[in-house]
Design a protein around this ligand. Structure first.
Ligand SMILES: [Zn+2]
Length: 163
C-alpha cells in the first residue's frame, strides 16, 4: 500500500484589473459573467450567479442561476450557459467559462467555484470540444482563480469510456 497525491495548478490574479493587464479576453469574459448575474432569478437564496462561456468562434453565451419553488427544478448559471451554447452552437468548442456571484445577504469576496454537477457537465463539454476549457472564477470582487481545464478542478473524473 502507498499513499499518492494529486496536485492542481491554477493561476491567481489579485483582481480583475491585474487580469485585464495579463489576459484581456478573459477579463472581458469575466465582465460578461458579472453582467449575467443581473438576469438571475433567486428569490430563495438571494445568491446571484452569472456565467459567460466563450466559444471558439468568438461568441459569448451567458447564463445565470434560476431557482424554482420546487428546488431541484432550478439550474446553476454554468449549466444554463453551457446548455444554451450547446443548443445554439452544437459544433463549436467552448474555450473558456467565467463564473461570478454576488449575494443580497453577504459579501462574496472569494472566487465562486462550480458545483460538482456543473463540473461533470464541463467534463463532457470538454470531451465534445476536444480542447481544455479554461475556468475563470471570481466572487463579486477580489481574487480571480483560473483553472486550465476541468481536470484541475475535478480529478478522477467519470469518463464516457467507462460506459
Ligand atoms: Zn452548479
Amino acid at each position: 500500500m502507498k499513499k499518492q497525491q494529486f496536485i492542481s495548478d491554477y493561476t491567481v490574479y489579485e483582481d480583475e484589473k491585474e487580469m485585464a493587464a495579463c489576459a484581456p479576453a478573459d477579463a472581458e469574459l469575466l465582465l460578461q459573467a458579472h453582467k449575467a448575474t443581473e438576469n438571475s432569478y433567486v428569490p430563495y437564496s438571494k445568491f446571484h450567479v452569472g456565467a459567460a462561456a466563450r466559444l471558439s468562434n468568438g461568441v459569448i453565451v451567458k447564463g445565470c442561476n434560476i431557482e424554482n419553488s420546487a428546488y431541484p427544478s432550478g439550474l446553476c448559471a454554468e449549466r444554463t450557459a453551457l446548455f444554451a451554447a450547446q443548443a445554439q452552437y452544437p459544433d463549436v468548442p467552448v474555450e473558456a467559462i467565467a463564473i461570478t456571484a454576488y449575494s443580497e445577504i453577504t459579501e462574496v469576496t472569494e472566487p465562486v467555484a462550480p458545483c460538482g454537477a456543473c463540473r461533470q457537465v464541463m467534463v463532457e463539454t470538454e470531451q465534445r470540444s476536444h480542447i481544455p476549457m479554461r475556468i475563470i472564477c471570481q466572487g463579486n470582487t477580489g481574487k480571480v482563480f483560473v483553472f486550465d481545464g476541468v481536470e484541475t478542478l475535478m480529478p478522477f473524473i467519470f469518463l464516457t469510456k467507462f460506459l
